[in-house]
Design a protein around this ligand. Sequence first.
Ligand code: AKG
Ligand code: FE2
Length: 498
Amino acid sequence: MDLKPQKRQRLDENSPPLEANGNETDDGLDTDTKIAILLSLRPTIGTEQALDILVSNNGSLEESMRDMERSGSSTVRLPKKQKVAITQSAISTFIPGFKSQQVRPPPKGKTLHLYTADSIASLTPATLLPSFLPAQDAEDLLRELLDEAKTFDNPGKFRLFERTVSSPHTFCLFVRDAQEKQRAESENGGWFYRGGRAPEVRPYTATMNRVLQTLEDTVNREIHKYWCRKENVDHENPEECLLEVPGVSPERWIANAAFINCYDGPNQSVGYHTDQLTYLGPMTTIASLSLGVTREFRVKRLGGHTKEEFRNRRMDCRERVTDEPESVDVGESIKDAEDNGGDGPIGIHLPHNSLLIMHGGMQEGWKHSVHPSSSSDHHPISENKRINITFRHYRRSLAPELTPRCKCGMPTVLRCIMSREKANCGRYWWSCQKGSHAESTDDGCGFFLWSNFDNNGEPIWDGWDGLDGSASEAGKAEERKVTPRPLAAEAVESSGST
Ligand SMILES: O=C(O)CCC(=O)C(=O)O
Ligand SMILES: [Fe+2]
């Protein structure tokens, strides 16, 4: 049966709320929430149609769900008189045309499910571009990568500093050119990721190379749009347009490395984590292309700071302070920040051929995961598999042979202090990576070195004479005793525009 609208009603400030029909399962739910629930059952119906269904059922959510089930618009079976589980809130608040309520973050503990580019842009530092590639390119890429994925590795879990993150899916690192591949395989230069040397590095496939130009052009344009919007600048207007957004590299973003993930079935997943910044530097952009079945990507804001605070504070990292390292409480940074009142999670539903651009600050201020599920859609090519490519810009200035080594002789990891309570929130530092290896039994040598960056996100090494990468030099730096210095209010104020 086709779902034909029977009665139309728009929501705006003046609309009375739709009346529930006295059914007790709908108690206390506003119209936005009901629409969000209907959309979660069948995202393809769209907001307007969800509203029509609700209106034609006198506002009853339960009747609307039954209606959808009868008409085949929902794959969800609703047992008689079952209480409706509410895991969402007001999605339509964030959809253009529904301006009845303010944009508000999800309540703590409840997941807010987002399906539209506008709602994602309102609530997260990410941009979603649906139907990104020409359909044939997306299909070729999916087929090619499903083939590659047959021989991917499965580490099962990795350590994110003090925590073990469960990662039941397979993945592999790909790089754009032969020089990068050679570097990755060289004894001195191998890339470390998630606590270990990347076991295998493969070159980009033919279709990856074919779509690269489009990808890079789009991502650079979207980076510019995103930061212009944040700075209240009209990005279309060349007079007003910022040539350089403070704190964000004006250099072109290039996709010279990519992790490709394969999720074989709906219960494969990756736990909450932030992506390691070691080769990317601060405020990096990561572009994530999804192929195959739709999966839910969950993000959660850490409680530590606003994005502006991050951007401002990192500018102060240029000056490395040299006193007591013991007083820098960085060990629990992510955990503290989480416990310190981050908002509830946001579920972003990523269909085939959608590009999610995670903008600068997201890796510092938000965690992300791919949520396990008991079922998924069926994709005509990949069946129940999902392929994901996270394209990254590896900075040449942060190549493994250029960054500090710790006393263990290992390349160090770039970390960011995320704890709200800490005076140094938003500052970066180099750390021994032993503690971030899933199998490691010791916490490493405790290496600590503030990391300083210029406006373009390029490292400033002055004052540190260990660029030869020797353990002793790094050790010397550590012995100099580093103390956090509370940031002066003026420094924070002025640092954003230098
Ligand atoms: O599969 C995804 O969408 C995300 C993968 C991811 O988080 C990663 O590669 O770091
Ligand atoms: Fe990630």
